[in-house]
Design a binder for this molecule. Structure first.
Ligand code: KE4
Length: 427
């Protein structure tokens, strides 16, 4: 594989962009090597600047449930763009997308769109603090909810990958209001909220974690969090930026039969364009300006192109599409596990629907502590060996891989064949 153009682009990018990228995890720092510069996406495939083709399991970190450039979404964006790209005024599509989200997620009584998941999580926390008059919040070690100051405390995703438990620049007298508990530890949750739940405005959690790699909630854990938080008068925010509309038409809340007080969304509801959203109980959301005093705003919130892409994306997110994603991902992961067994390499593969992570470890991965025991050097060798064979995995052990409806039997077969060789190579 020739990488000359990507290498030249990366050298040039590093002169003007920090690390040569616009988001840290893209720089390949935790897997080594240099990132390919992408020229275009075609369904399940990426084509880089040097013409190399690879099967994409990053899928823009989750938004592309239907692969690259699905005709219905491209058409929706193109048609919307012909009528103007932004107005800074209300439009019909914002109402239509809000109604489409609420129709799929019963806990959404009111919703507000933003331009990123970070904004959505930041606003939901401000709302919880404003509604309760409390300053403290709870998050879970290894979970990532975007880069707002209060949330960069033992965060997952890029921060965990970079090994930065707390980011410089976050004031200590702000970080001290964020309490971190171990994910999946029901006892710790009940104990914490019993002892000091009275100062907690909210708990925010990824219902299925994607930012430590994929980690599923133990049975009853999420309900225990809801019960303990509510008993202490705290609000529960389910961060469905990654799981929303990916795990099921109604996201994780449909899967687990839960009802969040507030939910954050992103990724899939933008169909690849910048969208975030937060919503939930009407008695809370009515406190958001201009209806209420809690301020939150955004120049491009509800952007007509992003709303058009989101509407087209949700229209494609049918039960049949989710059934197809389940079949494809199950076949893929069974084949990868079989390849690891054949290579006699100890692994754990965690999967929830069409998001999965292969951990190089001998222990079940159930929280940040067990995730961090994974052999990241071996993961880096696996990542490079797969990329050399035309399979583009997330460049970090602590990220989720994503399947789309554009991944078919051919992509599954090619990926499993590459995994057999790559795992043999890294024994
Ligand atoms: P954004 O601000 O990146 O749109 O959303 C932040 C966010 C919030 N909540 C969850 C559960 C998320 O996974 C994310 C962002 N996910 C990462 C991938 N793990 C984005 C990739 C990146 O940072 O480049």
């Amino acid at each position: 594989m020739n990488h000359e153009k990507s290498r030249a682009f990366f050298a040039r990018a590093q002169r003007i962009l920090p690390g040569g990228v616009n988001s840290p995890v893209r720089a390949f720092r935790s897997v080594g090597g240099e990132p390919p510069f992408i020229a275009r996406g075609e369904g399940a495939w990426l084509v880089d600047a040097d013409g190399n083709r690879s099967i994409d399991y990053v899928m823009s970190w989750g938004p592309l449930l239907f692969g690259h450039a699905p005709p219905a979404i491209v058409r929706a964006i193109t048609e919307a763009a012909a009528n103007g790209t932004s107005f800074g005024a209300p439009t019909e599509r914002e109402v239509l997308l809000a109604e489409a989200v609420a129709a799929r997620v019963p806990s959404i009584e009111k919703i507000r769109f933003t331009s990123s998941g970070t904004e959505a999580c930041m606003a939901a926390i401000r709302l919880a603090r404003g509604a309760t008059g409390r300053d403290d919040i709870v998050k879970f070690d290894g979970c990532y909810h975007g880069h707002a100051d209060s949330l960069l405390v033992k965060a997952g995703s890029g921060v965990a990958t970079l090994g930065l438990p707390d980011s410089p620049g976050v004031p200590s007298d702000l970080a001290c209001h964020t309490f971190t508990l171990p994910f999946n530890d029901e006892f710790a949750v009940r104990k914490f909220f019993t002892e000091r739940g009275g100062t907690i405005a909210c708990a925010i959690v990824e219902p299925v974690v994607g930012n430590m790699g994929v980690i599923l909630p133990r049975s009853g854990f999420l309900q225990a969090l809801l019960d303990a938080a509510h008993a202490a008068g705290a609000i529960v925010i389910l961060d469905e930026v990654m799981t929303g509309f990916r795990l099921a038409p109604g996201g994780a809340q449909e899967i687990f039969g839960l009802r969040a007080d507030l939910t954050t969304f992103g990724k899939v509801i933008g169909g690849g364009l910048p969208v975030g959203a937060y919503g939930g109980r009407a008695d809370l959301m009515k406190r958001i300006a201009p209806e209420g005093p809690v301020y939150q705003a955004g120049t491009l919130s509800g952007n007509p192109l992003a709303m058009a892409a989101g509407l087209a994306s949700l229209e494609l997110a049918t039960p049949d599409a989710h059934a197809q994603l389940e079949r494809t991902t199950s076949n893929l992961c069974d084949g990868i596990l079989e390849a690891a067994r054949a290579a006699e390499i100890p692994v754990r593969l965690n999967r929830a629907g069409s998001m999965w992570t292969l951990f190089f470890t001998t222990d079940d991965v159930v929280d940040a502590e067990t995730a961090r025991k994974a052999d990241t050097r071996r993961f880096a060798r696996f990542h490079a060996a797969m990329l050399a064979r035309g399979v583009y995995l997330p460049p970090s052990q602590f990220e989720a891989a994503f399947v789309s409806t554009a991944h078919g039997d051919r992509e599954v077969e090619l990926t499993i064949a590459a995994a057999r060789e790559a795992l043999r190579d890294i024994r």
